[in-house]
Write a protein that binds this ligand. Structure first.
Ligand code: ZN
Length: 453
């Protein structure tokens, strides 16, 4: 039986450039070994070499030379890009590039804070921490006539988002490079590069609020943040959200959103919104924060530690595998590399999700924030200007959701079941709408008029 050597391609014989593989290749064939290359599906023997005078071998060699050249160029380019990134991170240090609320001191040795602008940034973080979305913040800044940092076009939600998602306000500098026209982070962030202007606790609260908003029903809110039950009200029949229907101050209702859009829920009940809000605020004020049993942050922290150990273990494994891959690129190693890489990616995703959850659990708004905001709303001396009412109502809506409240609206019982995570008992209250659906009623009146007229 002849000896057969199977390899992926010629250069895999000894992981060298194809030309360097030629000598051992011919040596093997001369020794009577049959060589099979998988990439171009060729089979070489002493006889076949004699038959075509080595022409087929030349063809095979050209294919491999081309492939080798391509991959060499690619890895050269990747390396060059990385080196450029590293250089740029150093060169940019103490250039004029800095956030819009800072300027380089005349002697170029440090950055100075432009206090009026820094105050606006602080306001943006504080409002975000109380649960106000970037769109509302931009609108309110424009309404108040606060000039934007760039250009004359006022404030945009996208700029606010950028400001909140960078850590520059905390003094951290993240170098970036342009890749295919997009700004991408290059190298690790540099702490203490800029003077910090926002307290870390406020920044974490803002992050917690952004994460909670992302998970729940956010969206445009009216000028006075009408529906403070927006994140917690749900239809008991279908579990969907409740829609706010407002027709002036006296006629405000909540109804199942799916049912109103005729999307599979049959609950047609209308609940009196003003009454539901009053009852909810009353019930919340009765809650004792100290009586709460929270499974809370400890579980998440343990889980996070477990996942972080996984990440460390898997990335160590990947490093070892890649080292082995250098000397011996068998199919098994290739398979393990891709398997380990996939599992590492999943572990990193889980790590990010748990870190988000922990931020919400530890820094998110809670029952004390809710109670403070309700007291403020109900304080007789509280200024009733539109802007401050909006703020305090937004804080209530955000804290109610973050504190773990749900209000299930039961159609048949025409009452609401209020629950809060960490408390055994539900609070029930009724908030019957005195009238039926205003639309149906209008139709009814219209029909009556038609009959009478
Ligand atoms: Zn429903």
């Amino acid at each position: 039986m002849p000896h057969v050597l199977i390899c992926e391609s010629l250069d895999r014989l000894n992981r060298q450039a194809p030309l360097d593989a030629l000598a051992p290749f011919i040596g093997l064939i001369n020794a009577g070994i049959t060589l099979v290359t998988l990439t171009d599906r060729q089979r070489f023997t002493r006889e076949s070499m004699g038959e075509d005078g080595g022409l087929r071998l030349l063809g095979s060699l050209i294919v491999m030379l081309r492939a080798h050249e391509e991959s060499a160029t690619k890895s050269k380019r990747v390396r060059a890009a990385w080196e450029r990134k590293r250089r740029e991170a150093d060169v940019r240090k103490l250039t004029k590039t800095c956030p819009a609320w800072l300027r380089l001191a005349p002697d170029r040795s440090r950055f100075e804070i432009m206090e009026e602008r820094a105050d606006i940034v602080r306001l943006i973080f504080a409002e975000t921490a109380s649960g106000i979305g970037k769109g509302s913040i931009a609108a309110r800044l424009n309404e108040a006539g606060v000039p934007g940092f760039r250009g004359k076009n006022g404030w945009h939600a996208s700029y606010i988002q950028k400001l909140l998602s960078s850590d520059a306000a905390l003094g951290i500098y993240q170098p970036h490079t342009l890749e295919k026209g997009r700004r991408v982070p290059a190298g690790p962030p540099v702490p203490c590069y800029f003077p910090p202007i926002v307290d870390e606790g406020v920044a974490l609260k803002a992050r917690a609020a952004i994460i909670s908003r992302r998970q729940g029903a956010a969206g445009r809110k009216g000028a006075d943040f009408r529906n403070i039950l927006t994140g917690i009200a749900q239809c008991a029949a279908c579990g969907g959200s409740m829609t706010y229907i407002g027709k002036g101050d006296a006629e405000r209702y909540l109804a199942c959103s799916s049912a109103r859009r005729r999307r599979g829920c049959s609950s047609r009940a209308l609940f009196n919104f003003n009454e539901a809000e009053r009852q909810f605020l009353d019930a919340a004020m009765q809650m004792d924060p100290t009586a709460r049993r929270t499974p809370g942050a400890n579980g998440t922290r343990d889980e996070l530690h477990r996942v972080q150990r996984d990440v460390a273990r898997l990335s160590g494994r990947l490093t070892r595998l890649l080292a082995a891959f250098e000397s011996d690129s068998t199919d098994e190693i290739v398979a393990s590399v891709s398997d380990t890489r996939d599992r590492l990616r999943l572990a990193r995703l889980a790590e990010g999700r748990l870190m988000d959850a922990l931020v919400v659990e530890e820094y998110g708004a809670g029952l004390p924030d809710l109670l403070a905001a309700i007291s403020e709303l109900r304080c007789p001396e509280y200024p009733t200007s539109g802007s401050s009412r909006f703020l305090v109502r937004a804080r209530i809506a955000h804290a109610a959701k973050a504190a773990g409240f749900t209000a299930a609206f039961h159609e048949h019982e025409r009452r609401v079941e209020l629950r809060c995570i960490g408390y055994e008992d539900a609070v029930w209250f009724s908030c019957l709408a005195k009238r039926d659906d205003p639309k149906r009623d209008l139709l009814g009146r219209f029909a009556k008029q038609m009959q009478n007229g």
